[in-house]
Design a protein around this ligand. Structure first.
Ligand SMILES: Cc1cc2nc3c(=O)[nH]c(=O)nc-3n(C[C@H](O)[C@H](O)[C@H](O)COP(=O)(O)O)c2cc1C
Length: 387
């Protein structure tokens, strides 16, 4: 199959699998331990059915406002680290394709392009994602740089005090960097396009955001080691309060999976939350993010921004998340499959597929705008129809 013939995200996933060595594909695709949560995320969408209303969706407008900024659709590219291992300058292609599609983009702490490079090369609204790593000086430095580089919102990801036990990665000996063992080298040789462009290419992926901490001479290995050493299991709500005080713009807490934490995040000054289990990559056994969305929406005040991620592979998934009360969703693996399959064109293809599917679903469901989606557009299998 060629990229232009990919009709859905699963096709892009298949192409990605073909182009990438196994160690890289498994990092992208895998989850923690038994991958129960990874599968649950998808199942929750499959188990939720739509309740179509005839006509009424003829003039669909997907545009959405988040934190006062207008976007062409209610989905954005969420933060993912190490995107340069799929395609040279992966982060730039993700940010560039998002800008061209008029949707939002969030850059990870663990990106392979620095936040300043993205700001210089892509002229579009952008958010920065911060990990709960290091001491106060670590977050302070990154937050200051993000503000100076014009990032408009900060996502603080709190579900990662330690890394999830990703067994596919453990088997490949992969931990923030590719270690060359005999099976990995052989696999690399079977994927010559990847090997030539990524491994032997001009843009060997490094954690560019972290270079100021170590100096420009830092190797990719030094940076990976630094990343591992910065995990801080003692990060606390006091740190959240401190970061709130540092960051002038909207703050989102990512990784919220219950009403209590959503309320706490608001009490600490967050403007919103991302309901997320990190795409099943952290706590295996956590519920599907979609399944906890209703309790969280019900617990929060009207002024809170609620976004969701985890398992979004179809436009109809986005419709379902919005009908359950999210204002928007973050895409994790979907654009990455596109990136791995075909660089910027592949990311653009993933975004176009989701926008097209969402548009059709809205029309067929009989709803003309994301803000008009509600529980009456869903038929929960166990729910009696609303009276
Ligand atoms: C390869 C990969 C890397 C990720 N890196 C980060 C990251 O650096 N920061 C973060 O907050 N979340 C990260 N995530 C989690 C995503 O932001 C998002 O929560 C998750 O992928 C959503 O699930 P989905 O992939 O099923 O859409 C990563 C996810 C993947 C798949």
């Amino acid at each position: 199959m060629k990229m232009k013939n990919a009709v859905n995200i699963d096709d892009l996933r298949r192409l990605a699998r073909r182009r990438l060595p196994r160690v890289v594909f498994d990092y992208l695709d895998g989850g923690a331990e038994d991958e129960l949560t990874l599968r649950a995320n998808r199942r929750a969408f499959d188990d939720l059915t739509l309740r179509p209303r005839l006509l009424g969706g003829g003039r669909v407008d997907l545009s959405t406002e988040i934190f006062g900024q207008s976007y062409s659709a209610p989905f954005l590219i969420g933060p993912t680290g190490l995107s340069g291992i799929y395609w040279p300058e992966g982060d730039l292609h993700l940010a560039g394709a998002a800008a061209e599609a008029g949707i939002g983009f969030a850059l990870s702490t663990g990106s392979n392009a620095s936040m300043e490079t993205i700001a210089r090369r892509i002229d579009a609204p952008r958010w920065f994602q911060l990990y709960p790593w290091g001491g106060p000086e670590f977050s302070e430095a990154l937050v200051e740089r993000a503000a100076a580089a014009g990032y408009s919102a900060l996502i603080l990801t709190l579900d990662s005090l330690v890394g999830g036990k990703r067994e596919r990665d453990l088997r490949h000996g992969f931990s923030h960097e590719i270690r060359m063992s005999a099976p990995v080298v052989l696999d690399g040789l079977m994927h010559p396009r990847w090997l030539a462009s990524v491994w032997f290419g001009r843009h060997r992926p490094r954690f560019e955001n972290l270079i100021p901490f170590l100096g420009d001479a830092a190797s990719d290995r030094d940076l990976a080691e630094f990343t591992r050493s910065q995990r801080n299991p003692h990060f606390s709500w006091e740190d959240v309060r401190r970061i709130r005080g540092l960051w002038p713009g909207p703050l989102l807490i990512k990784g919220v999976m219950c009403a209590e934490d959503a309320i706490r995040a608001r009490a600490e000054g967050a403007d919103g939350i991302v309901v997320s289990n990190h795409g099943g990559r952290q706590l295996d056994g956590a519920p599907a993010s979609l399944s906890v969305l209703p309790e969280i929406v019900a617990a929060l005040d009207e002024g809170a921004t609620v976004l969701l991620d985890g398992g979004i592979r179809r436009g109809s998934d986005i419709v379902k998340a919005l009908a359950l009360g999210a204002q928007g969703v973050l895409l994790g693996r979907a654009p990455l499959y596109g990136l791995a399959a075909g660089g910027r064109e592949g990311v653009a293809r993933a975004l176009a597929i989701l926008a097209d599917e969402m548009q059709r679903t809205m029309i067929l469901t009989g709803c003309d705008a994301p803000r008009h989606l509600g529980r009456d557009h869903l038929a929960l299998r166990t729910d009696p129809p609303p009276t």
